[in-house]
Design a protein around this ligand. Structure first.
Ligand code: AMP
Length: 302
């Protein structure tokens, strides 16, 4: 099945208690597309970069069979850049800088041949851009959307419009509380569901994820890793693995989503083991299946 992924393509500068890296490949569309590529040979990515992006990064995406014909390269401009630091608590990230660069004038244009794709993953970007993408799609069956605290704070109205038009919203626990203006996570989830999405996933970092929908709740553990090296991109890898798995299922409902949450968590667990996209670049289907099975084993009760 084909999947259209829209989001940021970035250079990330990340500092953790273990090490730091500068100008490494990142961005929501990048992590989402690579993670989804393990489930679909037809992932199409829409985004924008500057002329500093580099052939090596293009080649890596091509190696994953990600169709980048919808990736705009703007001559004379720089790629979006993001900097963050994790101190002792790896669940908390402080943003150091967000240099929009090419994103300032980005106007996503979906090529005609891609407008009819039924499956859409709206990676984290400005909600106004997510709306522009939704407006161009003609045959949507299933849309997953990610966002972040920045947009909840500064473009709430646009985000609320997006939420009414997607099937699944994926956010983390602090974002859910911020969006709902509510400190109890479960109450916050109920309020967020009333804002539009049919299903809601709340990621809790090293504490797993919750799925809400059809009047039910599913609680998934996180993979018990000894060391989380760099959490950047974990949320996007989750969204890519989750959506990639689901588009091949006969039915998309709460039961299949439970499995998808575990696949999403599996991809996220590989992502956090290394810097940038390195943790998910060189996976094999068998490695993913093995970890998925371990996940199930860790939380199964007879
Ligand atoms: P995650 O850790 O999954 O929440 O996402 C990390 C990625 O989000 C990084 O690779 C960043 O480049 C990207 N990112 C950070 N801030 C923004 C933003 N304001 N808009 C779009 N992408 C962003």
């Amino acid at each position: 099945m084909s999947l259209l992924v829209v989001g940021s393509v970035a250079f990330d500068s990340v500092e953790t208690p273990f090490d730091k890296i500068e100008k490494a490949l990142g961005g929501s569309a990048t992590f989402c597309s690579i993670a989804a590529s393990y489930f679909s040979d037809d992932v199409k990515m829409i985004g924008v970069v500057g002329d500093d992006f580099g052939e090596q990064n293009i080649q890596m995406l091509k190696n994953h069979k990600v169709d980048i014909s919808g990736l705009e390269i703007v001559e004379g401009e720089k790629t979006f850049s993001y900097g963050c630091v994790y101190r002792d608590d790896m669940n908390v990230r402080d943003t150091l800088f967000t240099d929009l660069n090419v994103f300032e004038k980005f106007d996503p244009v979906i090529p005609d041949a891609m407008k009819e794709i039924p499956y859409l993953l709206l990676g984290n970007i400005m909600p106004a851009l997510q709306l522009k993408v939704l407006d161009q799609m003609t045959n949507l069956k299933f849309t997953v959307c990610d966002t972040m605290n920045l947009w909840i704070n500064i473009t709430r109205e646009d985000l609320l419009k997006v939420m009414k038009r997607v099937n699944v919203l994926v956010i983390n626990d602090s974002e859910a509380k911020m969006l709902a203006e509510e400190n109890s996570l479960i109450k916050a989830a109920k309020k967020v569901m009333e804002m539009g999405p049919e299903y809601l996933i709340i990621k809790k970092g090293e504490h797993g994820a919750l799925l809400f929908g059809e009047g039910k709740i599913f609680s998934a553990p996180a993979y018990p890793l000894e060391t989380v090296f760099d959490p950047t991109g974990a949320g996007d890898s989750f969204a890519g693995g989750f959506t990639g798995f689901l588009i091949n299922e006969k039915e998309i409902n709460f039961e299949t989503m439970k499995k998808a949450v575990i696949y999403g968590s599996t991809l996220a667990s590989f992502c956090v083991e290394k810097f940038s996209t390195q943790g998910i670049e060189k996976l094999e289907k068998v490695k993913i299946e093995n970890r998925f099975n371990e996940f199930i084993k860790f939380s199964k009760v007879d």
